[in-house]
Design a protein. Sequence first.
Length: 218
Amino acid sequence: MYQRDVNEIKGFVRWRGPDALVNTGLFVLLTIQAGLSTVRGAMRKVELDGNGADCLWGKKRDGFEYLIDHKDYLYGKVYQIADKHGYESKQSCIEIIRLFVNVPNFGMVKAAFMAQCLGFDTACLDVHNLTRFGIPVSATKINMKAKEATILRKIEGYVNLCHTYAEHGENYEVSTAEYWWNTWCIYIAGNRANRALDTGDVVSRYHVECVTYGFEHG
C-alpha cells in the first residue's frame, strides 16, 4: 500500500508543482477532526466555493490560505531539504516537520503527516495511533512560542518516537513511514467513520484520490 500510494503522491507533487503541494496540504487540513471518508467531498466543496467552503472551519481556512500564499517557498524548501539530506534521514524529517508546523492548524502531528505523504520517513501519530499504543498526547504537542532550540528538540523527540515504535512493531523491516502508513490504514478500515473504506488497501488508495483531486485529467 505505502510503496504504491505514497510513491504516487510523492511523484505527483514533484511533477505537478506548487499547486499539487497545496492540494496535498488541503487534504491534510480536511482530515483534522473529520472522518477520512468525508474528505473527498470536502475537496469538492473547496473546488466550488474556494476559501469560503463550509468545511474550512476554524483555523482550516487560515491554513489553506497560508499554503496558497507560501506555495512557491514551501515547494522549493521541500526539495531543497530532500536533495540535501535525502528522504530517509532524521535531519530531513526534523527540517520538513519544522517547515510545515508553521501552517495554521497543522501542529506537529499534521506537519508530520504532510511530510509522510511527501515521502519522508516519519509518521502521523494521530488519536488512532496514540490510542493503539498508549502514547501520551503530550508527546505530540508543541509550543510554537518556545525558543527555536526547544522547538527543534521537541520535533526531534517526535521523530525518534515514530522510529522507536516502528522498530518494535510487527513488521519492523520496512521503513518507519511505511510501517505506520500500512498499519494505520488497516486499523481504521471499516470503522464507524469510514464504513465505505472497508479495507486497508481501499483506505490507502483513497489518500491518492483525494490528493490528486482536480488534477486527474490535467
